[in-house]
Design a protein around this ligand. Structure first.
Ligand code: AMP
Length: 402
């Protein structure tokens, strides 16, 4: 199949060719005809499959064709980073078209709020927003969404996980009942089906490789004691010529600690976590994308939806809490059919969690030998029980497994 099979307008085809998009990915092949036909759709696809273009292209095409000058499409996303990323994709696809878009997300200054207000009231065609910031505008009374024809929810499962359910209901109450609703989610958990039942009208469903990391990711894991972790990480990072390496850790305190430690060892590294101001996060990401920074250590803020080209290596310094988060973290590498490596450090306490990841993806991930200078690591005993460390207030430091 080729993009020309979709009968897109020439201005849009020009944008696609300037971005070197030659042929549609499977999710695009499946979704674009459904969305172009005006039907509701629920798409189950992880980041890296090309889902952004799957929903943006047919919508942009329709706006060009029908000469819309009003707010036409609302895209709601869980994080600022994803909003920025979709906006950037939009600028690329829409470069030769008259279609306008704005990203609306929190953490910016008063000037941005005024610019957003202007775009909302004067009719940017496509609004890409995080729920909280959009509600701040809705509460001011000047937003008129009567002309909205498409509602798109991206990373819907993430939005529910982040507690945005009430916000979504509120936003939807501002929209016309007669509209096309498009929902993308990495998983089809029961709560997603429930939401779909509520807000979609007789949707078509498309599924792409549920709960499997993108093909092309070489996965491996190391069994380590906590005391061996830092030395192993440093040995994995030393001498790597890769331009972009992403390291994940579960908490922001650990991320900060890793950054400090690795900076002290003279690695070219920066950190990104929720304590940073939006401007700082954007700047760090920019430097990483420009390859001025070689390594980035991050919490899961970054694991979903963020598109950075050519990450050669992802390291999970600890095992992600949820198996789905593993897939998202690993999905940072091997984007759109390139190859990459994803390595996970597993301490004895995390073995059980890691086993549930292997169960989810239906595959055993290869356990690699430790470098000899580190000594022996533990054996893989995922069924062994461990005393959980106690968190603050005497509560277990770990969430119950979902
Ligand atoms: P996404 O899953 O939307 O985050 O897309 C993942 C990456 O694949 C992004 O870098 C896209 O620019 C790229 N991409 C998506 N669709 C295509 C395509 N048809 N041809 C080439 N690259 C693509």
């Amino acid at each position: 199949m080729k993009f020309s099979d979709f009968n897109f307008e020439p201005e849009l085809m020009e944008g696609l060719s300037s971005m070197n998009f030659e042929k549609p990915t499977p999710i695009q092949e499946l979704s674009i005809p459904i969305i172009s036909a005006g039907k509701d759709i629920i798409g189950c696809a992880q980041t890296g499959t090309g889902k952004t273009a799957a929903f943006l292209l047919p919508v942009i095409n329709k706006i060009i064709k029908e000469h819309k000058h009003v707010v036409n499409t609302l895209i709601i996303v869980p994080t600022r980073e994803l909003a920025v990323q979709i906006d950037e994709a939009m600028q690329g696809f829409g470069y030769f078209t008259p279609v306008t878009a704005i990203a609306i997300f929190g953490g910016k200054d008063g000037i941005s709020f005024e610019q957003e207000k202007k775009a909302l009231t004067q009719g940017a065609n496509i609004i890409i927003a995080t729920p909280g910031r959009l509600i701040a505008h809705l509460n001011m009374g000047y937003v008129k969404f009567d002309s909205i024809e498409h509602l798109i929810l991206d990373e819907a499962d993430r939005m529910l996980d982040m507690g945005f359910s009430d916000d979504l209901n509120k936003i939807i109450s501002f929209l016309p009942k007669q509209r096309q609703t498009i929902m993308f989610s990495a998983t089809m958990a029961p709560k997603i089906r429930e939401l779909a039942k509520k807000i979609l009208n007789n949707p078509e469903q498309v599924n792409i490789a549920v709960s499997k990391p993108a093909a092309g990711v070489l996965q491996g894991a190391y069994l380590v004691y906590n005391t061996q972790k830092m030395a192993l990480l440093k040995s994995l990072l030393t001498g790597k010529n890769l331009s972009s390496i992403l390291i994940f850790s579960s908490t922001k305190d650990k991320v900060k600690e890793l950054e400090r430690d690795l900076l002290r060892s003279k690695f070219n590294i920066a950190a990104i976590h929720s304590d940073l101001e939006q401007d700082q996060r954007t700047e760090v990401l920019r430097q990483f994308k420009n390859k001025n920074i070689q390594m980035l250590v991050a919490t899961d803020v970054l694991s979903r939806g963020i598109d950075i080209d050519s990450i050669g290596l992802v390291i999970n310094y600890d095992v992600p809490r949820d198996a789905e988060d593993y897939i998202h973290r690993v999905g940072r590498t091997a984007r759109a059919e390139t190859t990459g490596v994803a390595l996970t450090l597993i301490n004895p306490e995390d073995m059980r969690k890691f086993k549930s990841i292997e169960d989810l993806i239906g595959d055993e991930i290869k356990k690699l030998p430790l470098p000899p200078q580190l000594g022996e690591g533990p054996a893989y005993e995922p069924n062994k029980k461990f005393e959980r460390p106690q968190g603050r207030g005497g509560k277990p430091a770990f969430r119950k497994k979902r």
